[in-house]
Design a protein around this ligand. Structure first.
Ligand code: HAM
Length: 421
């Protein structure tokens, strides 16, 4: 039987990982510049966390979680996202006593049992941030600008920022009643999910993806028209902040997001390239989440971006270039006599942080030369009896063919500063 990768997973091959590493490095750098520190959370959590945190009327909790009982009879779920785990950790580790805002970023895998398509997987990766303790809107604008600056660093262009406000429990109470009144006459023709959500969580109905229901949803009352004064003020102030920075955005009243914890600011960064899976990054404010998971009332905001979608977009735009391999020089042995010298020389270079390679396949001289010609390594150095006797080595630049003579004792100095960081 042929064993293949499970449906919805994919290997990230060595030809692809340099770009992943570049993205992770740039993301971390941007986060550090804003005062965010990295958090690493478990891959699986108590199932209750997601039911309470993400919300049990969401598609994620109702249909997409990888939930199982462990050998101790506990219900465990592979994290479908990072926010709930970070919030759990914030509470469990008493981070509310730290000076606010507490700002963290993460680079995680996440798991959702979804229909596989381009840009949508069952195991995927997210870069994300979460910031606790500030009501905003300045921090909302900062959080959004981390994404903007990261995209710039990666050379990504033409990604549209869409923002919306979905208010607070106060403005939502009256709005929910209006939504129910609006949907009730249509409900018998609507899907089972909508029927289930009408009384429990009518806002979720706005997110319905069923084709035949799009018109009904499109004409529903919009929360942005029913915000309370404070939420309205918060949203206006966020727009002023974004205008001050010069970040372009459009207001999209249809963004409600697929998870239940959001309040006030919600936003998405959307591309036209990644087919139907165009949302590269999504996030928002969640002022009630910490409390609902058992912590002290603490406002919060964050986002996550899908790394697979980010890379598909980079590829489509031909934007970021993966860094070159770190190997600087390939040593060719003219005869067996040179092998011990090469072994020691490679060790000395590597211990000084300089990448090098040598033959490990018992190839003859000609075959080693051929390999070096194709290996895409910037320099080659042939070691024969003359080199062994004189200690003078010829370093050939494989791009322009020039040769430089270097004392064996000066090799480290020659290559220092040449390599990629
Ligand atoms: P989300 O919108 O569910 O939000 O996911 C964020 C991003 O993860 C999406 O925009 C998409 O790029 C990527 N993504 C989601 N599902 C998949 C999938 N099946 N395959 C590939 N990529 C996917 C959250 O996860 C929230 N935790 C974001 C957040 C953080 N809000 C506040 N803080």
């Amino acid at each position: 039987m042929k064993i293949t990768a499970p449906k919805g997973t994919r290997d990230i091959l060595p030809s692809e990982t340099p770009l992943w590493q570049l993205a992770a490095k740039n993301f971390a750098e941007v986060c550090h510049n804003f005062g965010y520190e990295e958090i690493r959370i478990p891959t699986f959590e108590d199932t209750n966390l997601f039911q309470r945190g993400v919300g049990d009327t969401t598609d994620v909790v109702q249909k997409e979680m990888y939930t199982f009982e462990d050998k101790g009879g506990r219900s465990i779920t592979l994290r479908p996202e990072g926010t709930a785990g970070v919030v759990r950790s914030y509470i469990e580790n008493g981070m509310s006593s730290l000076p606010a805002p507490v700002r963290m970023y993460y680079d995680i895998t996440a798991f959702r049992y979804e229909k596989m398509q381009k840009g949508r997987y069952r195991e995927f990766h997210q870069f994300g941030v979460e910031a606790f303790g500030s009501k905003g809107p300045e921090i909302d604008a900062e959080v959004i600008s981390t994404v903007d600056i990261f995209f710039k660093k990666m050379g990504l262009k033409n990604i549209e920022l869409r923002i919306n406000s979905i208010g607070c429990p106060n403005c939502r109470k009256a709005y929910n009643e209006q939504l129910k009144d609006y949907f009730r006459p249509h409900i018998s023709t609507m899907c089972a999910d909508c029927q289930n959500r009408l009384e429990r969580n009518p806002l979720r109905m706005i997110d319905c993806k069923v084709d035949g229901e799009k018109d009904i949803v499109k004409n529903a009352p919009r929360l942005i028209d029913h915000l309370c004064d404070e939420c309205k003020e918060h949203f206006e102030a966020l727009k002023t902040q974004l205008d001050a920075i010069g970040i372009n955005y459009t207001i999209d009243p249809n963004i409600v997001r697929g998870l239940d914890y959001y309040t006030r600011t919600v936003f998405e960064f959307v591309s036209k390239n990644v087919g139907t899976q165009g949302t590269i990054c999504g996030g928002g404010r969640y002022d009630g989440l910490v409390e609902s998971v058992g912590g002290p009332a603490t406002p919060g905001i964050g986002y996550a971006m899908g790394v697979e979608r980010l890379l598909l977009e980079l590829e489509a735009q031909g934007a970021a270039v993966a860094p070159k391999k770190n190997v600087q020089v390939y040593f060719v042995a003219m005869s067996d006599n040179a092998k011990d010298f090469i072994t020691k020389t490679c060790y000395d270079l590597r211990v000084n942080g300089i990448g090098c390679e040598r033959d490990l396949m018992g190839r003859a001289f000609r075959a080693q030369m051929k390999y070096a010609g194709k290996a895409n390594i910037p320099y080659m150095c042939v070691i024969g009896d003359d080199e062994l006797a004189s200690g003078k080595l010829k370093i050939k630049n494989m791009t322009d063919g020039t040769e430089t003579e270097v004392e064996a004792s000066g090799l480290v100095a020659f290559f220092e500063g040449n390599g990629e960081e």
